[in-house]
Design a protein around this ligand. Structure first.
Ligand code: ZN
Length: 218
């Protein structure tokens, strides 16, 4: 069982399902040549893909092109089923930082063939995830600066203000499809600047006042 703590408290959550948004930042959708979707594009990662700060992400042998995607992570604290946009934020107990590791070559092949993405997105070590700061300490989650550096070189530098679907709409939309339960996590999409990592690289993901991850690649 993988768990995460609410920093500064003794509250601990066993991680459940991890629901992710694709193409939630227009500039990133454009850099991959994708249309900006009308409704959120969703996929999931299993809890078994989670690793933590200081851990190593391992690129599976079946891929030659592994990408990083820094994302704001929401930790769900209470059950949410078909919640309204107005009440959606009440279900977020914490904010953290995640890297949505993606096997881009495999994902592109699966997309071209109309097949699901799990082996490109949900393999072991594909979800570096920090602990979470209490939601109450984040006044406005739509003003957060997301950064990712590889070997000390800044690659992604975005802001959550550029999300296409905002957090209350995301939670309302998802909760009408999948009941959200305590310990579930939502990854809210990545800004532009995604790119490749190789064995030996060090990634540093950072959202100021929310979290930091240092992850090595093997
Ligand atoms: Zn992503």
């Amino acid at each position: 069982m993988v768990s995460r703590q609410i920093i500064g408290t003794n509250r601990q959550f066993n991680i459940g399902k991890i629901i992710c948004l694709a193409r939630n930042y227009a500039e990133h959708a454009k850099e991959l040549g994708n249309e900006t979707p009308a409704a959120p594009v969703l996929f999931m990662k299993p809890a078994s893909s989670v690793i933590g700060d200081g851990d190593t992400t391992v690129i599976p042998a079946y891929s030659q092109e592994c990408h990083y995607e820094v994302e704001l992570a929401l930790l769900i604290g209470s059950a949410a089923c078909s919640v309204s946009v107005d009440r959606a934020r009440e279900h977020v107990v914490g904010y953290g930082v995640a890297i949505d590791m993606t096997l881009r070559d495999i994902q592109n092949q699966l997309k071209a063939n109309g097949l699901p993405w799990e082996i490109a997105k949900g393999y072991d070590t594909a979800c570096p995830l920090s602990d979470f700061v209490p939601a109450a300490t984040v006044a406005d989650p739509h003003t957060l600066n997301l950064k990712l550096a590889v070997n000390g070189e800044l690659r992604q530098d975005g802001c959550t203000s550029d999300m296409i679907n905002r957090i209350p709409e995301i939670i309302a939309h998802i909760s009408a499809i999948f009941t959200l339960e305590p310990g579930d996590v939502i990854l809210t999409g990545t800004p532009a600047g995604v790119g490749r990592v190789q064995p030996g690289d060090i990634m540093e993901a950072d959202i100021a006042s929310v979290g930091h991850l240092t992850i090595s690649v093997a």
